[in-house]
Structure formats: C-alpha cells, structure tokens
Design a protein around this ligand. Sequence first.
Ligand SMILES: *Cc1c(COP(=O)(O)O)cnc(C)c1O
Length: 424
Amino acid sequence: MTEKEPGFDTLQIHAGARPDPATGARQVPIYQSTAFVFRDADHAAALFNLQEVGYIYSRLTNPTVAALQERMATLEGGAGAVCCSSGHAAQLMALFPLMAPGRNIVASNRLYGGTVTQFSHTIRRFGWSATFVDFDDLDAVEAAIDDNTRAVFCESIANPGGYITDLDAIAAISDSAGVPLIVDNTTATPYLCRPIEHGATLVVHSLTKYLTGNGTVTGGAIIDSGKFNWSNGKFPAMSEPEPAYHGLKFHETFGPLAFTFNSIAIGLRDLGMTLNPQAAHYTMMGIETLSLRMEKHCANAIKVAQWLEQDPRVAHVTYAGLPSSPYHGRMAKICPRGASSLFTFALKGGYDACVRLIDSVNLFSHVANLGDTRSLIIHSASTTHRQLTEAQQIAAGAAPDVVRLSIGLEDPDDLISDLDQALG
Ligand SMILES: *Cc1c(COP(=O)(O)O)cnc(C)c1O
C-alpha cells in the first residue's frame, strides 16, 4: 500500500507539530527563550558554519517559530518557509536576496495599498524600483520585464478589488524571462489557493489576516517552492560565494532550500525582522481551524454580496464569488473553493453616502484590518489607500465611492440587517 498524502484538514492541525521531545507536551510549547545552550564547542562551531541545523539565538531560529514555518511550507506545498514580523517584512525579505541597486520588479497595479506605497517609495531608498502594470494585459507584463528585472510580483486574490490573477499565465512569462514569480497569497490563504501549483516561485503572507484569523497577531511568512534555478547568472547572492559564511554558495550547498537558508542566515540575522514565539503560537492556534473558517467566511461573503447586489442603494459589487463578476470564471481555475471574504461595493450616493454608512453600522467594526472573525468595514479612499493618487485608487479598486468589507463568521442575517439599517 502506498502512503497517501494527508488532507488539508489533517495537515493544518498536525504539520510541524510533534509532541515536545522534552516533556511530551501535545501542543507546541511557546519556547520563550532568547538563546539555546550548545552541547560543546564543536556543536557551536558547526551551527555557526551552517554545517548543522539547530538553535542558536531567537533572532534567527526558535523552535515554536520553526514549527509554524514547517506548517506553512507544508500547507503551501513548498520546500521551506521563513516567518518574520509582518506581511510587509515578508515582502522586503523576499526581495532582499534577489535585488541590488539599479534592479527592478514588475508588479501588478492591483495590490494592497500598503504594498503600493512600499514599492512606489520606500524601496527606492535601496536603489530598487517597481514598474506597475495591468496583469490582465500579458503583453504589457512581458514588455515591462527588462535586463534589470529580478522579480514579478502579484496577489492571487487582490485586495480590495475582487480581482483574481491568472497565475499560470504570469508564471509562464516570468519563467521564460528567468525571474521568480512572487505571489502574495494573504487574501486567499493556502486553503483557497496554492500558488506554487500555478508556477509561483515564492509565496508571501501576512499572517496577521485570515491565517491567525482573529485580529491578535502581526506576522509574515515566505514560502519557497524550491524549484527556481538561482544559478542563472542573475542572482549572485544565491549563487556566488558569501563572504560572511567563508565563501559558502547558498544554491550549490542547499539546493531547493537555498532561499530558506539564505533568508534565515542572512535575512533574519542582519535585517532582524523576527517573529516572536508567542505570535507564532497564536498563529498556529488559528491555522488549526483555517479550512472551517474559510468555508464559513466564503459562504457568508456570498450571502452578503448577493443581498447588496440586488439593493437599489448599491451601484455595484466587486466580488469574484458572484456569477456576475468578470473574474468568476478565473475563480474556478485559481481558487475553486471560494473567493475569500474581502470585497468592495460602490454606493450610488458617492463619497458622502460611504462616510454615512461607516458611521452608522453597529455590528461591523470600522478598522484598517481584514481576515478577522469579526466583520470589518472601511472606506479605503480616505484611509488605507489615502497615500495613492485618485488614478491609483481607481486602478486598485478603491475609488472614492467604494466601501470595503471583510466578512467575518457571524450570522449572515445579522450582518445584512446591520448594513440595511446603516444604508438608511
Ligand atoms: C495586510 C496585508 C499585507 C501587509 O501585512 P502586515 O502584516 O500588515 O504587514 C500585505 N499584503 C496583503 C494582501 C495584506 O492584506
């Protein structure tokens, strides 16, 4: 009998979580320790030379965080994973080993507002730049890639416009250009979409959202497919001798784990964007019920979106879960189990009606977050997407007459009643 790969529901509970070798504790303990004792001087030297894997100091590695890393790698179908202090830290850490001054990335113009800001302004201080293009225009994506491009970046389900990326088509383009495809899978989670199966090289996450799932943690993760050829001449940090490790070559030495080892041994060591073990524990608690929550998030979102779509006060709803969405067909290919629970709708009353609605809801919380058990509401144009120009706001699906909802796990009829009374 061949061994069958366990299902998602099994892996979300068991991956990375063995009984504690010291105590037999069934739940992964919170190893709240900065440092770990070496067996002897040889052991310490081997760990520092990356000749043996183990724990030195929690800025680099920690057993609780390592359990979460293993769980994330398993759920995404990757070779390895690195956790870090936030979703934005994950994006910087994903780019760090690939980039150098003068290099660029080609990014979708439909991205989380904070990511647009990070890529438009902040990364320029490192001498990096981003070219934003419409990822539905495959010729434009191809044309935007030049000799200095070192990554292609998009979201599987883009926050907040109800947009789904044709990952397979984008992966084919980045593959033939010899650059990695990085996919932000925060909104979908690995339960709804596994980007590596569609050709992604690296998957980045904000653990802050659906993965932890209850608005308690800020965290991030990068999962490596282990499939990219880092020795194609474009990525010296991965293929050339590393002076800070006695000339070690990451790709040659670690093969499919090259990115993961580089990200821990250099990224976490020198950038220090570490996830703390307490946060890793909360996130693992959340992931144990990920599939159950995502099913309910999606079912609630469809009910609320359908109700809004037929309401005369509403101009339109952008949710890929609705048959009327232009991205509904792509959902069947990229995220057949559902389109997550984040969507926007426009009000006929424009900006003023949006502000009135936000100030009148009782059950929805007005916060700048998503992927919580609680339903959340925000007017993106005056908050999360405020730093963007109006053209960028419209491209990102956050025009001034648009409200964003993150549908939680409450009774959907109560959510509909709340919106109904607040729409006045
Ligand atoms: C929230 C979010 C991020 C940033 O994550 P933080 O944990 O807040 O740093 C990145 N991408 C998407 C899609 C997000 O929703």
